[in-house]
Each structure stands twice: as structure tokens, then as C-alpha cells.
Design a protein around this ligand. Structure first.
Ligand code: MLT
Length: 389
């Protein structure tokens, strides 16, 4: 029996598990302190009314012989795929139903999709970046190269013609920096990928936070993208499904074999998302559902504004928060990321995510999320201002 030796090349634990462990250690030593968590991007607003109604109805159907459902289609029920298809149409993107695959979230499929690609592919990943892109490729033993995202390029790296990538990860609006590519910039990436015969793995999990009508929500809004891109999206941040689990992956048929290969992979290794959850997800895309989730998104955007205003008053450089739930800030007093994490936990009992956990270029930066409650966000920022104002 041989173990997968590639695991030896991973950090000892996943970034957010390390943060949670450190926070739990602090709590066990300081049980009376009130901790405010603005670390992991987990939502706090409940599921909206329309979703709950749809789920209740689906639960009742499951208890009646005539409407009970067992295994569903591995690629998702048509009713939800049609809802996703219509949603894309609002961004002027036409998709065929069999290009849409319902998933249990973007994270799972961003990892699972790698089943379709050879181990000898070179993977291009922005740095800093959502750690799942890097870790899943390290697990498979692939060569990972990085595109530097930094203050100079507005945390939006552009292709380097000298790098011959096979797989390219793009996350826009970006996790962790909140930076968003415009159409012209994405077109450059699409042209680069097509020239190389590479595939872009486009993570659009935060597209619902975009408020500027000029900015693209989907890579398929860019000409040529259906020839080179797979897109991953999720209802986690859009509609509060972090615990309920539902998302969708788009594999265009214009990508050749990949669409059929993904169907083959899913029918073999996946049994679909529960019917009850898919009915809830369908409700998100109704006009009432869209109105209700918008209220929650605006609630989080208001939190982002509170954070950003506080940082401005404290003269702390930061980006993001406008088209994204994440605020990416330069650690005050030139502290390193983990040093600042400890300092903030110790002195303000506020938890954020150290930028260094997202890559080498994240060192000296820190990420705060706007997914907390308004009261907690405001209180965290008062504590912050006491230390740095
Ligand atoms: C994050 O905090 O970066 C996200 O919550 C992680 C995720 O979506 O898996």
C-alpha cells in the first residue's frame, strides 16, 4: 500500500481550519471574552422566505407516495437547470441545458474538475488566491506557477506570454482581494488561453456582489470564452447556502470532449444534490427570491461600507468591499499577517484571515469579511478604531 506522497507537500492544515484552531485555543484560555468573527466568508443572514417555503413544500412531497423522489439526475433536475439557464440569459449568456451541472457548491467542483485533466498539466494560479486551487493541484502532483497580484496591478494580474499554462484559475470578484476584472482584461485572458489551448477555470462565486453594470458577471459575456472556459458558481454567498450546499458548474459543449467527460465523471462519482435543496435553489431565481436575496446582499454591502469607512479614518490602505464581501487591507505598522492576526485577536478579540494564508504575495495583508451581523461588524470596527484610530 502506497500513500499519495503529494500530501506531504501541503501545508499541515487547511487555512480556515488553522484559523479556527487558533481561535478555539484563545477561547479556551479566555472564556469571558466576546469574540467577533470576520474571518471565514460564512454568511449569517438566514435563508430567505421564498426558499424556505419551497423547501417546506418539497419536504411534504417527500412524505407522499405520489410525489416521493429517490435518486435524482446526477447533473441536477431540469427545473433548476432551466432556472439557471434563465439567470444566465439576464447577463446575455445563452446556455444549453446540458451545459449546466448542479453541484453541491463551487469548492467541491473546483477540486473535482481536476479528474478531467492530466497530471502533467501546468497550472497558473494568481497569488494571493483562494487556497483550494493550489491545494487540490498539489494533491494531484501538478506543477503550479503563480501570477503575481499586488498593489501595483490592482491585485489583477494579466497574462505573461512567457508562461505556458494549461489550466488557468481566475476568481472575479476575487477571493481574497475583492478586485474585479473588467471586460477588456478578461478578453486578454480569454485570448491568451485560446492561443495556448489552455482551459480557464473561472470562479464566479461572488458575481452577485457586482454593482457596476459594466463589469462582467460571467466569463461567457466575453467573446471566445465558450471555447476555453469552465465556470463555477455557488448559491453559498448569493443566497446563504453555505450550510445547505448548492451551486452550478458550466461546461460548454464547444469545449469538445470535456462536457461529455464531466457528465461521465458526475454520473460515476456523484449522486446529485438533494431534491429539497434543489427546490430551495430554484426559488432563489424567482423574481421574489431575487428581491429577497438582494436585501441580504445589500445588508452585507452596508457592512463592507462600515469596515471601509473605519479603515479610511484609521488611514489603513485597503481594497475590495465594493463589488465583493471581502476587504483586503495592509496590516498596520508593517506587521506580518499572522502577527496582526494574533495582535487583533489578543487586543480586540476580532478574527480575520491572515493574507499570508492566501499565498506569498498576501504576506503583510489581512482579509476581513462583511458577512457578519451589522451589530458585530460595527462593534468590531469600534474596537479596531480604538487600536488604530
Ligand atoms: C472564504 O472564506 O474564503 C470562503 O468562505 C471559503 C469558501 O467559500 O470555501
Amino acid at each position: 500500500m502506497n500513500l499519495n506522497k503529494n500530501y506531504e507537500n501541503l501545508e499541515q492544515s487547511y487555512l480556515f481550519s488553522t484559523v479556527a484552531k487558533k481561535v478555539n485555543e484563545y477561547i479556551s484560555k479566555n472564556p469571558d471574552k466576546k469574540i467577533i468573527r470576520l474571518g471565514i466568508g460564512d454568511v449569517t443572514r438566514p435563508l430567505c422566505k421564498k426558499v424556505i417555503e419551497a423547501m417546506h413544500k418539497a419536504v411534504d412531497e417527500m412524505g407522499v407516495q405520489a410525489t416521493f423522489r429517490g435518486y435524482g439526475p446526477e447533473q441536477g433536475y431540469d427545473f433548476l437547470r432551466e432556472a439557471v439557464q434563465k439567470y444566465y440569459k439576464t447577463h446575455n449568456v445563452d446556455l444549453e441545458l446540458d451545459e449546466i451541472f448542479i453541484s453541491d457548491g463551487a469548492k467541491s467542483d473546483l477540486g473535482n474538475i481536476l479528474d478531467l485533466f492530466g497530471e502533467d498539466n501546468t497550472v497558473l494560479v494568481p497569488d494571493p488566491v483562494y487556497p483550494v486551487y493550489v491545494d487540490t493541484n498539489i494533491m494531484a502532483g501538478r506543477k503550479v506557477v503563480f501570477a503575481d497580484a499586488n498593489g501595483e496591478n490592482g491585485f489583477l494580474p494579466m497574462p505573461d506570454e512567457n508562461i505556458k499554462a494549461d489550466l488557468i484559475y481566475i476568481c472575479s470578484p476575487n477571493n481574497p482581494t475583492g478586485a474585479v476584472y473588467n471586460r477588456e482584461q478578461l478578453k486578454v485572458w480569454v485570448d491568451y488561453a485560446r492561443k495556448l489551448g489552455a482551459i480557464i477555470l473561472f470562479d464566479s462565486a461572488y458575481e452577485c456582489f457586482i454593482s457596476d453594470t459594466e463589469l462582467p458577471h460571467s466569463i461567457y459575456e466575453i467573446e471566445g470564452a465558450k471555447e476555453c472556459a469552465i465556470e463555477f458558481c455557488s448559491l453559498s454567498k448569493m443566497a446563504g447556502f453555505t450550510g445547505t450546499r448548492c451551486g452550478y458548474t458550466i461546461v460548454p459543449k464547444t469545449l469538445g470532449k470535456l462536457n461529455k467527460m464531466w457528465l461521465r465523471r458526475q454520473t460515476t462519482k456523484f449522486n446529485g444534490v438533494p431534491y429539497i435543496v434543489q427546490r430551495g435553489a430554484e426559488a432563489v431565481f424567482t423574481p421574489e427570491g431575487q428581491e429577497e436575496i438582494k436585501e441580504n446582499i445589500n445588508y452585507y454591502k452596508e457592512n463592507a461600507r462600515i469596515i471601509s469607512d473605519t479603515l479610511k479614518r484609521c488611514n489603513i490602505r485597503h481594497v475590495g468591499g465594493k463589488h465583493s464581501p471581502y476587504i483586503w487591507l495592509k496590516c498596520p505598522n508593517n506587521m506580518k499577517s499572522w502577527e496582526f492576526f494574533d495582535y487583533l485577536l489578543e487586543n480586540a478579540q476580532v478574527v480575520g484571515t491572515p493574507g499570508a494564508g492566501f499565498g506569498r504575495n498576501g504576506e503583510g495583508y489581512f482579509r476581513l469579511t462583511s458577512f457578519g451581523s451589522k451589530e458585530n461588524t460595527a462593534e468590531a470596527m469600534q474596537r479596531f478604531e480604538k487600536l488604530f484610530g
